[in-house]
Design a protein around this ligand. Structure first.
Ligand code: PYC
Length: 333
């Protein structure tokens, strides 16, 4: 019998959970976080399932495991864990992780106000501001190059009928479904209805098309569906409801989903370098996005997006995974 202990700080970013594993991480092999992610998936995925699935987690659970950096170029390395797997990049997860690492003094930044993060998708630079109580007030992350992968792909929904979707990359591949003849916008749907329609569309799009990152073939497959619709607050630019895992709608505006959507708008000429993009989530929480730069990524005209948001710590959580427990490695219903 063996019992493993994980020292976690639980938080949420704009309403979406982030469980940050600060102690108990396995030793991973690999020259960088992308290679270490492959090693984790092969040998240690039970840790993700145990910490994310019921009975220790839930459908929306998401988080990160913190590692020593692979090189002096970084302050810290991060592996993202979620109900769906190990994402190459997670925006709300990064904002929550930075808040935890700074507020709980788990990592001492080389430069005050900045953390250089090694993620499986590449370098992400985070800057943070403190409030008068010295807590982290907000975190801005400069994300990896994001691009529109394809436009107007056709997919048939058994509920809605024929849909036209764009696919964009912002750290994960997103099918963006904007209002159109057969879809009137997220304001007319419950979260449970969006969830029940999303999985079919993701499966069909992955069956029909190939989504592979031009520089890293381990980043492949469409993982998220980003439904859009009318804003609630008139100061916002746009609103979304992002489906992930098997049953989750992101409570935050989704950092990688916001990056993907900014890349889509950039390609459509609706957003330029320097423009701000205030993105509202399904529950009305907000991220401030911005196009920091334009770059070429293979054949794609990409953007470097930044995302700014806030997170709050909700508690300290020492979690055990005991082989003796029939649900040691979690379950999904
Ligand atoms: O914020 O990038 C994000 C994210 C991905 C999945 C859920 N949130």
């Amino acid at each position: 019998m063996s019992c493993k202990t994980f020292f976690c700080v639980d938080a949420h970013t704009c309403g979406n959970p982030v469980r940050v594993v600060c102690g108990g991480a396995p030793l991973l092999k690999g020259a960088n976080m992308s290679e270490k992610r492959q090693h984790f998936l092969k040998e240690f995925d039970w840790i993700r399932r145990g910490l994310m699935f019921e009975p220790r987690g839930h459908d929306m659970m998401s988080g990160s495991i913190v590692f020593q950096p692979s090189s002096d170029d970084y302050d810290v390395s991060i592996l993202f864990i979620e109900t769906s797997g190990c994402l190459p990049m997670c925006g709300h997860g990064t904002i929550g992780t930075v808040t935890v690492l700074i507020e709980k003094e788990i990592v001492k930044p080389k430069k005050e106000g900045e953390l250089r993060l090694e993620t499986p998708a590449g370098l992400v630079v985070a800057t943070y501001k403190r409030d008068e109580k010295d807590r982290v007030k907000s975190v801005k992350i400069v994300n990896i190059p994001s691009f529109l992968h394809s436009s107007n792909l056709e997919v048939e929904s058994s509920v809605l009928g024929k849909l036209s979707v764009d696919v964009a990359y912002g750290g994960n591949f997103y099918a963006i479904i904007d209002p159109q003849e057969n879809f009137s916008g997220i304001e007319n749907f419950k979260a449970s209805e969006l969830i029940s329609m999303s999985k079919e569309l993701r499966d069909k799009l992955n069956e029909k098309y190939n989504f592979v990152h031009p520089e890293n073939e381990t980043i492949c497959g469409l993982s998220h569906i980003e439904w859009t619709g009318k804003i609630i607050d008139e100061t916002s630019t746009a609103r979304n409801a992002v489906f992930y895992g098997d049953k989750a709608i992101d409570r935050s505006p989704c950092g990688t989903g916001t990056s993907a959507r900014m890349a889509q708008w950039f390609s459509q000429g609706k957003l330029n370098k320097g423009d701000e993009f205030i993105h509202e989530s399904f529950i009305g929480s907000k991220f401030i996005g911005r196009i920091e730069d334009e770059v070429q990524l293979g054949t794609y005209k990409a953007i470097i997006p930044s995302i700014e948001g806030w997170a709050k710590i909700t508690g300290l959580n020492t979690i055990t995974i005991d082989d003796d427990d029939p649900y040691a490695h979690g379950f999904q219903v």
